[in-house]
Design a protein around this ligand. Sequence first.
Ligand code: OAD
Length: 249
Amino acid sequence: MKLENRKMEEAIKTLANWILESKKTLVFTGAGMDTESNIPDFRGKDGWWRKMDPRQVASIDTLYDNYELFREFYSARINLLKNIQPHKGHYILADLEKGDLISGIATQNVSRLHYLAGSKTIYELHGNIQTVRCNECQREGDVEDFLREEDCGHCGQKALRPNVVLFGEGLPMDAWQGTEKAVRNSDLVIIIGTSLEVYPVNQLPLFAQGRLVLINMEDVAIDYDFHLKILGKAGQVLENLDNYLRSII
Ligand code: OAD
């Protein structure tokens, strides 16, 4: 067995034991959780922000100043998600919640894949891209209307937008407060597939009182005093974790 493999196996056993010891475990995910479902991340090697500047397409200023570009970018992302399915890692997390081994998921992802996989307690810190509202009258709209470039069916403004958090906007208060409380009250926080580069979400790990674990393809830039880092693909690591947990419980 290669040294890296043995290290990985030991790390997975350690994490499994910590999950069993923990009374409350929160999982915190980012775009790297979804890449194995063929959704590009933002800052990885094929990420969105390698090709464009987020502030040019995904900001509140773009919505006001260049609605066509804004609509084009989000339509492409909505269309990309049309035939996307959760991968085994999303289902494993949903099963862990059913088995009371994790208490919930806080996610920066707007894809709703945790929800599709059956997770119940989900804090959507950056909103979701599957529903839209009017930025003027704030009433709910129809995603297909947004894709067809239609105006708001209530107030007639050209202002339909997905319910995602744009650069320059605050986070949904309920998701933020729920996550903050969950992080503080958890014995174990498992962070999966995020560069932790985006504020204010990257402050959340600092509230952790218990163990902090990172599962990511690569190390992250900021030092959060992780108790354990597992560098690998989220889906594969979760599958190995699940297999080990099943062998001991
Ligand atoms: P990033 O693209 O910044 O980071 C994704 C991380 O996941 C990178 O470190 C990748 O190496 C890693 N990764 C990719 N595939 C992986 C896999 N299969 N398994 C494990 N790790 C993998 O994405 P986020 O940190 O989620 O915000 O980005 C945060 C926010 O920035 C997004 O929510 C979005 C973006 O701008 C808004 O749109 C408001």
